[in-house]
Design a protein around this ligand. Sequence first.
Ligand SMILES: C[S@@+](CC[C@H](N)C(=O)[O-])C[C@H]1O[C@@H](n2cnc3c(N)ncnc32)[C@H](O)[C@@H]1O
Length: 141
Amino acid sequence: MRPLEGVTPPEVADLISDVIKDKVVCDVGCGEGTFMESLAKHAKHVIGIEEEEAWAYAAAAKGFEVLHSSSWFQPLPKADVYFLWSKDAMGVYLKAKYEGTKGTFVFGHTVRPSLTNLINSLDGEKREIPDSIWWVFITEL
Ligand SMILES: C[S@@+](CC[C@H](N)C(=O)[O-])C[C@H]1O[C@@H](n2cnc3c(N)ncnc32)[C@H](O)[C@@H]1O
């Protein structure tokens, strides 16, 4: 298994604790499920979708419900909140919008810099962790 890069720092789950409290949260591209453990401290239920087989199984081995698939091949699993911490986050969001998916979308700072302006043009809220590079953008579909 190649090492997973770009795991979300656990403080980000605290930053969005009010958004995910008592909600079903889908970590889109959940990797090995490390950040799912942080989300699970606040959420009612955490599920994931992950395209890399080894990571999907690693997350499932932590006890999470994980779909081994790519969001490009199917609609997102049903959830209240979608957490997107990958370069492709904007594409995932636009496909979800096209498909009529409803929910709260939380983008991480890992979105492609060239798409940051597009994110900032959406109705939503930016939150930052002070003295760090970490930020999220929260918007609704
Ligand atoms: C940067 S890691 C983030 C892992 C975890 N979500 C976290 O926050 O720590 C991004 C993960 O998303 C997966 N991924 C990227 N695009 C995906 C897609 N369209 N569908 C499913 N998984 C995807 C990658 O395989 C990788 O495991």
